[in-house]
Ligand binder design. Structure first.
Ligand code: SF4
Length: 505
């Protein structure tokens, strides 16, 4: 039970908002009048907020399990404004974008599709991640409920799974809402992994395409192929092999020195492909850069690593010989090992099928080792120690000419903790071209200008790296094929390819 701090009542009609002062009142989780909800087979589940491709693949994957699921449109600036209008003050940017996006969609169902608010509340439900985090993440469910109530959808059902505790429902009412079976999670994770792989290939190819827009056309075809495979429950590996043919048709000129920019930071702000980070990826590409995004897989592996650490701590403090405890720990250990092996195996199979050869599932032990002298590993929340680890890894292993850490304004783990630590990291690694940048939802001009300044330095570095290399007389055709992904000490893709030719790889 928490106190509703808002003293303002907001009413909305045809897009016009009215703000009325009101006396503070006790927050109530459940509506006063019981609601006759639709049974779960008739309930339409909504969610979204990952990358555009992943949202669509998840929709197909969950539909294939018989779940009536709709991926919401990409959160945009209007979603942010809606979230701000109906949410509490002082929330972080992903809360406003995602909460506002849901409210905006329900308003669309009501105002444009003609459904009544009662019908929407009865028939629809929203799936979100939540949890008892040390940051605002722990308040997401309540924040959704507050905004939905104030927007006229009181009692709208929410169901959430917690990355630490496994899966739980926000309240008793929701206990039977969705069957969170292992099959549900395996299917979901397959969609996320495949989305990561295709997205990574897209970011590698787009900056070098000969014909503008051809990579996106090929990616759209791939999306349909994989979605169909999910829906028909046919082989995903065969579908990815087919995608390989589609991507192979895109003509590339890869010998162009372009700065490589690693984008990391708070999970949602760094991953979203829209107004949530001012379309950062497309902006960077338009400015002549190649982006390295952080796949969602990273967050998944961090959750597994955190579960493993929590288990080790429990084992250290448990009383020896307590059979029930020993059994429960052994079971958890087996689950963690199985989860790790399953993610790695699926990733390897899918990546091989479509032709992503130079990326490996992140080694969480190695990343923890890199960060441990700077960041207390027990300190969880947000990306934990990962932002610090990524920066050190990028510098030590020549991964990027520029590392941008994106954070929503006022993010506790990312802005307040990680960035404080990053100043020590950059003092120890002065060669790092590091930019930490806030996305407040407003202030794009300032954001773009800071990115452009950091990018200037990265462009110079990419050019110098390229110019220092001997240019061979004969360039084999395979250099322009996306399947050729050599690894060496060069940062830029063009320099790396050239060095590989010299080394006859
Ligand atoms: S990690 Fe930051 S942005 Fe994400 S929920 Fe926590 S405070 Fe908000």
């Amino acid at each position: 039970m928490s106190l509703n701090c808002s003293t303002v009542k907001i009413t909305e009609k045809n897009g016009d908002l009215t703000f009325l002062n009101q006396a503070p009142s006790q927050w109530k989780e459940a509506p006063d009048t019981p609601i006759n909800y639709a049974p779960k087979e008739e309930t339409v589940f909504l969610s979204g907020g990952l990358t555009l491709l992943q949202d669509k693949l998840i929709e197909a994957a969950l539909n294939s399990l018989g779940i009536r699921f709709i991926a919401l449109p990409n959160p945009d600036f209007k979603s942010f404004q809606t979230g701000k209008a109906f949410g509490n003050r002082g929330q972080c940017n992903p809360t406003y974008f995602t909460v506002g996006n849901l409210v905006k969609y329900l308003q669309h169902l009501r105002d444009e599709q003609g459904l009544s608010s009662e019908e929407i509340v009865r028939k629809y439900a929203y799936i979100t991640a939540g949890g008892c985090g040390p940051c605002r993440f722990g308040m997401y469910i309540t924040e959704y409920k507050k905004a939905l109530r104030d927007a006229g959808f009181e009692g709208f059902r929410l169901t959430s799974f917690d990355h630490e505790k496994g899966i739980f429902q926000g309240e008793e009412l929701e206990e039977q809402l969705l069957d969170y079976t292992p099959k549900f999670f395996v299917t979901l994770i397959k969609a996320v992994i495949i989305g990561d792989i295709i997205n990574m290939l897209g970011y590698k190819m787009r900056p070098y395409e000969v014909e503008a827009g051809s990579t996106d056309v090929a990616l759209a075809v791939c999306k349909e192929i994989v979605a169909e495979a999910f829906l028909n429950r046919s082989s995903l590996i065969k579908a990815l092999w087919k995608c390989r043919g589609e991507l192979g048709k895109v003509k590339l000129n890869r010998l162009q020195p372009k700065p490589k920019v690693m984008v990391m930071g708070e999970f949602w702000a760094a991953m979203t492909e829209g107004d949530g980070n001012y379309n950062l990826y497309r902006f960077l590409e338009a400015e002549g850069a190649e982006c390295i995004p952080q796949p969602i897989l990273n967050r998944l592996m961090l959750s597994i690593w955190e579960a493993e650490q929590a288990l080790k701590n429990k084992e250290r403090t448990a009383h020896e010989g307590e059979k029930a405890v020993d059994f429960s720990h052994a079971k958890s250990r087996l689950l963690i090992r199985t989860a790790k092996a399953a993610v790695k195996t699926h990733f390897a199979l899918y990546a091989k099928a479509i032709g992503l050869h130079d990326y490996e599932v992140p080694n969480m032990e190695k990343l923890a080792d890199l960060a441990k002298d700077y960041y207390t590993l027990e300190c969880s929340g947000g990306e934990g120690h990962l932002e610090v680890a990524h920066l050190i890894e990028a510098v030590k292993h020549n991964l990027a000419h520029l590392i941008i850490s994106v954070k929503p304004f006022g993010c506790m783990p990312s802005s307040a903790v990680s960035d404080g630590v990053q100043s020590l990291v950059t003092a120890h690694y002065p060669q790092a071209n590091f930019l930490s940048i806030e996305t407040s939802g407003e202030g794009a001009a300032n954001f773009y200008s800071r990115v452009q300044m950091a990018l200037f330095k990265a462009k110079q570095a990419a050019k110098e790296e390229w110019e220092a290399l001997e240019k061979p007389e004969y360039i084999p055709e395979k250099v322009h094929n996306y399947l050729f992904q050599p690894k060496n000490e060069k940062i830029g893709s063009a320099a790396r390819l050239l060095a590989a030719i010299e080394q006859r790889i």
